[in-house]
Design a protein around this ligand. Structure first.
Ligand code: FPP
Length: 250
């Protein structure tokens, strides 16, 4: 089966999952973390090369303090507990997002996990934390503008590669497939630039209920799609016409 080289997931529906069970929202985040662990292992086993998980958006800072603080603790606990497993599974960990907004202990755990896994050559696992695509693009534009101001770059040198190199995702291929769970059909400030040609897959399952079978269903759906990147696939090319453009436009 043709796998996406880069799979990105918006893990949505934790709060609703908990509320449906009469439990506090954070219960959904706890279950959601277990599911994330399972899906990471499965992607690694299948041979997906890059996996980005939207773990905390720039807009999530607006949630009640107690939920934000719980999510930060959960993140830290995940990293501290999983770091050695990631190494065992040959998974390289990194993050995108405004890391400086995170609590110091979370930044420390992120850096430790990145160091511990830096030689790993299997799955490239990226957590988007305190991440917003518009913020990422704004930063890139600002950094490029400073280079132009300082005379290190001319406006004519700015092209798509230059912009790519100034994004948090520099060096990682664009996502081929973006999955969003929980029935919402939005991109919500996630990888806006990078998703130019991504296939989108939406499913009703709430993230804490997401199974390996749901993952396989999404991957099979992706494998069956015909990606043309704005061009034409050979078998879809029209037969050559006997008319000139002028005749056709007449
Ligand atoms: C969306 O559900 C999910 C989040 C805001 C956080 C996602 C975080 C996790 C799955 C846990 C942390 C992950 C790792 C890998 C440590 P929601 O709360 O917006 O749900 P709702 O839309 O039903 O309210």
């Amino acid at each position: 089966m043709k796998l996406p080289n880069h799979l990105a997931i918006i893990m949505d529906g934790n709060g609703r999952w908990a509320q449906l069970r009469g439990q506090p929202r954070v219960f959904g985040h706890i279950k959601g973390t277990r599911i994330a662990k399972k899906i990471i292992t499965e992607c690694s086993r299948l041979g997906v090369k890059n996996l980005t998980l939207y773990a905390f958006s720039a807009e999530n800072w607006l949630r009640p303090e107690a939920e934000v603080s719980f999510l930060m603790k959960l993140l830290r606990r995940y990293l501290d507990k999983e770091s050695q497993n990631l190494v065992k599974e040959n998974i390289r960990f990194s993050i995108i997002g405004e890391v400086e907004r995170l609590p110091k202990d979370v930044i420390d755990s992120i850096q430790k996990t990145m160091r511990a896994t830096q030689e790993c050559t299997g799955l490239n696992l990226i957590f988007a934390i305190s991440y917003g695509s518009r913020q990422e693009i704004t930063r890139a534009v600002s950094a490029i503008a400073q280079k132009v101001r300082d005379g290190d770059m001319s406006p004519e040198q700015i092209n798509e590669s230059v912009i790519n190199e100034h994004l948090g995702t520099a060096g990682t291929p664009d996502p081929d497939l973006i999955i969003r769970t929980s029935g919402e059909k939005r991109i919500s400030n996630f990888l806006l630039w990078q998703a130019a040609y991504a296939e989108l897959y939406f499913c009703e399952t709430l993230w804490p209920d997401f199974t390996k079978l749901d993952l396989m269903t999404a991957l099979a759906d992706f494998a069956a799609r015909c990606r043309r990147f704005g061009g034409l696939k050979a078998e879809n090319s029209p037969p050559p016409t006997q008319y000139s453009d002028e005749q056709l436009l007449h």
